[in-house]
Ligand binder design. Structure first.
Ligand SMILES: [Mn+2]
Length: 394
């Protein structure tokens, strides 16, 4: 029997307004080919199926299309809700999906073991504080963080004990969406503080399960011999640009589960570019995306020494007109190192900045660029109007 452990799909993810649906499509293509080639029987998705609690129609379509492909291949699927998912959204089609051998678990109250042959899965979704408090109500002598940890561990322990008793011969797999101690995070895990405080020591899971299929952390990593994060199948932030992406394949061999990470070929490059306007333009123009990959996603930072409105206009102009088959600018920043000096240079030597009002500074600034009195008057009027609107809105 072959089982895939994946997590953190974050379908519908936008990275700085760039929709990553094509990245997900690339993953799906590779994933389905792998499943067919390797004759996979079961897919486990440990939370954060969608990126938001109200996924777009396109995101829902991608989700149901993938499930349909898996049904056609007669693959069984178990999905749990992560902290990004809405429980009711995930559970809405529960009955019809179950009929198709797809099991979704959004809420702690719907956790129940699912058995396939000699393997039993305990699908545990992301646990909210309120759920956890129900488990440890009587242990009030513990502090809040410790009681959250204890509550989570208690749930995994009691589930393990029940299943071990019912199926002593079975291999036991738990799914979880939580924070383990000692993990390496990236920038895209949201609301992690609470979870991080209550990070669970991996020893507490020792001997409870033959494997723990975790989600929540987007870098694939092994916490212990039997506890692993599969990581997200696609990079979800620039901080993940050099990480390996993929999923874990579990194989039952001689009554044991062996786990191996399968790396997905890179579907696009993520690059950070920094320098002056001229340097940045040069660097970007030299980029060529590898064949069969999506355009390179850029995080651009232009740093100029002196505040200069002409550069500002040129940069804006370049940005609005930028279009290339090689790169997409996902994030952009323009910084001037010496803004204060630039304003000071507008002032006369004996003039104090505190003595100038915003309108004076503005007029002084635009006088550097035009001497057309009509233009100056018009811009002055516009400034007054905008200032009035801004002040009224305060
Ligand atoms: Mn996640």
């Amino acid at each position: 029997m072959k089982i895939i452990h994946t997590a953190d799909w974050h379908i519908g993810k936008q990275l700085h307004n760039i929709d990553l649906h094509e990245d997900f499509d690339h993953f799906v293509k590779y994933f389905l080919e792998f499943i067919i080639k390797e004759k996979v029987d079961l897919v486990l998705v440990s939370g954060d199926i969608f990126d938001t609690s109200v996924p777009s129609n396109q995101a829902r379509k991608q989700y149901f299309n993938l499930l349909t492909s898996l049904v056609k291949l007669q693959i069984k699927v178990i999905l749990t809700a992560g902290n990004h998912d809405s429980i009711s959204n995930i559970e809405a089609p529960k009955e019809i999906l179950e009929y198709l051998d797809i099991y979704v678990v959004g809420d702690m109250d719907s956790v129940k073991p699912i058995t396939f042959g000699e393997v039993t899965i305990i699908p545990i979704p992301f646990l909210y504080d309120k759920d956890v408090r129900k488990i440890v109500a009587e242990q009030s002598e513990l502090n809040r963080v410790e009681s959250v940890k204890q509550g989570i561990v208690n749930l995994f322990q009691s589930q393990s004990a029940t299943v071990r008793q019912a199926y002593p011969q079975h291999l036991l797999i738990a799914m979880g969406h939580l924070f383990m101690q000692g993990v390496k995070e990236s920038e895209s895990e949201r609301d992690i503080q609470v979870g991080k405080l209550a990070a669970i020591e991996s020893e507490r899971f020792d001997n409870l399960f033959d494997y723990v299929a975790l989600g929540h952390i987007h870098r694939p990593q092994r916490i212990s011999d039997t506890v692993r994060y599969s990581g997200s199948p696609i990079p979800l932030s620039f901080s993940e640009r050099d990480d390996k992406k993929g999923f874990v394949v579990l194989e039952c061999l001689n009554g044991k589960l062996e786990s191996n990470f399968v790396e997905i070929p890179k579907m696009r490059d993520f690059k950070k570019v920094s320098g002056t306007f001229v340097e940045v333009k040069e660097k970007i123009e030299a980029f060529v995306k590898p064949e069969n990959q999506l355009p390179i996603l850029l995080d651009v930072e232009i740093i100029e020494e002196k505040e200069d409105s002409i550069v500002r206009i040129e940069v804006n102009d370049w940005l609005t007109r930028y279009k290339s088959a090689q790169c997409v600018i996902a994030n952009f920043k323009l910084k001037f190192v010496n803004t204060e000096n630039a304003i000071k240079s507008l002032l006369q030597i004996d003039q104090n900045i505190a003595e100038m009002n915003p309108r004076n500074v503005f007029i002084k600034k635009i006088t550097e660029e035009t001497s057309d009195t009509e233009d100056l008057a018009l811009m002055g009027e516009s400034f007054d109007e905008l200032l009035e609107i801004a002040l009224n809105e305060k």
